[in-house]
Design a protein around this ligand. Structure first.
Ligand code: GDP
Length: 293
């Protein structure tokens, strides 16, 4: 996406055709670039129509300032999808605060649970982790290791498959011990029946915990599947925020836009590596600037 859009901008600015024509051509290039970056097609059209309208309605400044003006319009419209200019508020507005992490297996959920715990611990909160991913055998061990590393307690019940019960008991225990932020890791894959069962389990955990926030963890490389996936999780348990993992990879990131559009949730963090400290508060300006080059 990055290079394509940069190319489209360059072409637009250096073209010798009329301004109207240049806008039309640019919009086509922009659409192609966004679609090839896995941004949902409907979203691409609504976004590019808005940009086109503004480019045609607003009077372009002198050619010297045209680049900045033009980039600002594309930037404004792209970033408005991510909540505009503001960085997300990641400090809980109440204590205790229960965060439930959902997402498919391999998205980086367990790793992210550890990263979040570390992030909030460093901010001075009393943090605990609950491991309710009962279908991936190593998930609890992985969480316990992360907990040891950052000195955060972990609740889990090895060998028990009752995810709802485990989540409930874990959260209750930590609430009674006056923990301030409790992060619950859930399954990304289910045994029998797969996705329907998984989403049913998410809904049951959600109903049992009534978490303050459900955070959808998605891999930056998820692509076009992001829209549907995010919608389905959103139906099972209302998604309030999104964390995009593996932003250090080569992924194009279009799925992030789609997940935002599908859920109406905001992106709060991005994962930028495998290490526990490699979590950054999402910065819409930086993200869009990266897209525009
Ligand atoms: P889960 O199945 O969703 O719980 O996924 P895991 O937490 O086990 O992560 C799957 C893999 O992705 C592991 O190898 C992690 O180290 C890796 N991973 C998680 N987040 C990131 C990230 O932000 N960047 C990179 N490069 N790898 C990540």
């Amino acid at each position: 996406m990055l290079d394509n859009i940069k190319d489209a901008v360059r072409k637009f600015l250096s073209g010798s055709s009329s301004y109207e024509q240049a806008v039309d051509e640019f919009i086509k290039d922009l659409q192609k670039a966004l679609i090839s970056s896995d941004v949902n097609v409907k979203l691409v059209f609504s976004l590019s129509n808005k940009i086109k309208e503004r480019l045609k309605k607003e009077k372009p400044p002198s050619s010297l300032e045209r680049r900045e003006w033009f980039i600002k319009i594309v930037y404004d419209e792209l970033s408005s999808l991510f909540g505009g200019d503001k960085q997300p508020d990641v400090v809980p507005d109440k204590i205790p605060y229960v965060i439930m992490l959902v997402g498919v297996q391999g998205s980086g959920k367990t790793t992210t649970a550890g990263k979040l715990a570390y992030f909030y611990k460093k901010k001075g909160f009393k943090v605990a982790l609950v491991g309710a991913d009962v279908y991936r055998p190593a998930a609890l061990d992985q969480l316990i290791q992360l907990g040891d590393l950052i000195k955060v307690p972990v609740y889990g019940e090895q060998g028990n498959y009752d995810a709802v019960g485990i989540a409930k008991r874990g959260v209750e225990k930590f609430l009674s011990e006056k923990y301030e932020i409790i992060i619950v890791d859930t399954a990304g894959r289910h045994g029998y029946g797969e996705e329907t069962k998984l989403l049913e389990e998410m809904k049951n955990i959600y109903d049992a915990l009534k978490p303050d926030e459900v955070t959808l963890v998605i891999d930056a490389s998820i692509g076009q599947k992001a829209f549907d996936l995010a919608s389905r999780f959103n139906q099972a348990s209302k998604v309030g925020s999104i964390i995009i993992t593996k932003m250090d990879g080569t992924a194009k990131g279009g799925g992030a836009l789609s997940a935002v559009a599908a859920t109406g949730a905001i992106i709060k963090f991005i994962g930028t590596g495998e290490k526990i400290e490699e979590l950054e508060v999402f910065n819409p300006r930086r993200f869009v600037a990266r897209i525009l080059g």
